[in-house]
Write a protein that binds this ligand. Structure first.
Ligand code: HOZ
Length: 426
């Protein structure tokens, strides 16, 4: 496969942009080689700058649950843009969008829109501190919540891929207030809450971990967190930036029946445009300015073009049968890959939920960051390159999710499994 134009662009980009990319996970550091530069996307496929086509399982790292360039979303965004791209004042679109989110997500009675998932989690922590009057927070090893200072501690995603435990440049006082527990271990959280009684503002968790690769919660984990945090007067924050509108329309909280105090959203909620959101009960949200003393603001927050794309996405996601279809496609891929691994005697695990899965080259079950880290990165890299060379584009790291959209077809599933069979046989 000829990718000369991607190579030329990467050479040029490296002289202009750190690492040639605007987000580290895109640099292919853990798999090696030259990142593909994309030019166009349609449905489940993306085309690179050399004209090669790929079945895309990055899907912009999650936002594109309806595939690339869905005609109705594009039309909604174009029509909003034609009426003015930003006002810095309220619009009707924000009200409609808020209504959709409040109706969808069990824990949200009031919502504030921001521009990214990072802004959502950063604001959620500030809100938790303001509401409780406490300073400490607990996160999980391998949990990734964007690049807020307080959360770049033992983080997953690109941080794990780069082998950076704690980012340089973070003020030590911020990091000191962050304590780290083990995902899927209620006991590890209990120990920290007991040792710091009355000091912990919030526990923040991806209810389905997505940034150490996909790791679903074990039975009782989320329920245990809910009970413990309630008993300690600590807020429970679900970071549903990945799982929101993906695991189900109401997010992971509607799947597992556990209601957090604060929910963070991003990705799908913006329909492919930069949107994040955080929401909670009216009582908690009344802490946010201008109602209360916790300040948070943004010039492009609630941007009309992004709101229009988000509204159309959520409306389309309400069509009957759409989540059943995405779940069925995910199951066929995950089960099919697991079968091929078994046939070829390659020790690997496939963890999956509706709309996302991860292939871990690991003989043992992956239930937390420690077990995820024991996976074979070199084998993953070989598999990744064989797949991309066959026209299938997985995420360029074992610690990420493969995203499945409603646009992925039976033919895409067959093509992906055939490519995987060839890759593993060779
Ligand atoms: N944080 C994203 C992966 N979990 C990567 C974002 C990007 O590179 O676009």
């Amino acid at each position: 496969m000829d990718r000369n134009r991607s190579s030329e662009l990467f050479d040029k980009a490296r002289g202009l942009i750190p690492g040639g990319v605007n987000s580290p996970a895109r640099a292919w550091n853990s798999v090696g080689g030259t990142p593909i530069f994309f030019a166009r996307g349609e449905g489940s496929h993306a085309w690179d700058t050399d004209g090669n086509s790929y079945i895309d399982y990055v899907c912009s790292w999650g936002p594109l649950i309806l595939g690339h360039a869905h005609p109705e979303i594009i039309e909604a965004a174009q029509s909003a843009a034609a009426s003015g791209t930003s006002f810095g004042a309220p619009t009707e679109l924000e009200v409609r969008m808020a209504e959709l989110v409040v109706d969808a997500v069990p824990s949200i009675e009031m919502v504030r829109f921001v521009n990214s998932g990072t802004e959502a989690t950063m604001s959620a922590l500030r809100l938790a501190r303001a509401y409780t009057g406490r300073n400490r927070i607990i996160k999980f090893d391998g949990g990734y919540h964007g690049h807020d200072d307080a959360l770049l501690v033992e983080a997953g995603s690109g941080v794990a891929t780069q082998g950076i435990a704690n980012s340089a440049g973070v003020h030590p006082d911020y990091a000191a207030a962050t304590m780290v527990a083990d995902y899927n271990s209620v006991e590890s959280v209990e120990r920290l809450l007991e040792a710091h009684r009355g000091e912990v503002a919030a526990v923040i968790v991806e209810p389905i971990a997505g940034n150490m690769g996909v790791v679903p919660p074990s039975d009782g984990f989320l329920e245990g967190l809910r009970e413990l945090t309630t008993a300690h007067g600590t807020l429970l924050i679900f970071d549903e930036v990945i799982s929101g509108f993906r695991a189900a329309y109401g997010g992971a909280q509607s799947v597992y029946g556990v209601t957090p105090d604060i929910t963070c959203l991003g990705k799908i909620v913006g329909g492919g445009f930069p949107v994040g959101a955080y929401g909670a009960s009216k009582e908690i949200m009344q802490t946010v300015a201008p109602l209360g003393p916790m300040y948070q603001a943004g010039t492009l927050s609630g941007n009309p073009v992004a709101m229009a794309a988000g509204i159309k996405t959520l409306e389309l996601l309400q069509e009957p049968g759409i989540y059943e279809r995405i779940a069925a496609t995910t199951d066929r891929l995950a089960d099919g890959l697991a079968k091929i691994f078994a046939e070829t005697e390659v020790p690997a695990q496939v963890n999956s939920v509706c709309g996302a899965f991860t292939v871990f080259f690991n003989p043992d079950p992956v239930t937390n960051m420690k077990t995820a880290s024991a996976s074979d990165g070199k084998e993953f890299a070989r598999f990744f390159h064989a797949m991309t060379d066959s026209g299938v584009y997985p995420p360029p790291s074992q610690f990420e999710a493969w995203f499945v959209s409603a646009a992925h077809t039976d033919a895409d599933v067959e093509g992906t499994l055939a490519a995987a069979r060839d890759a593993l046989r060779s």
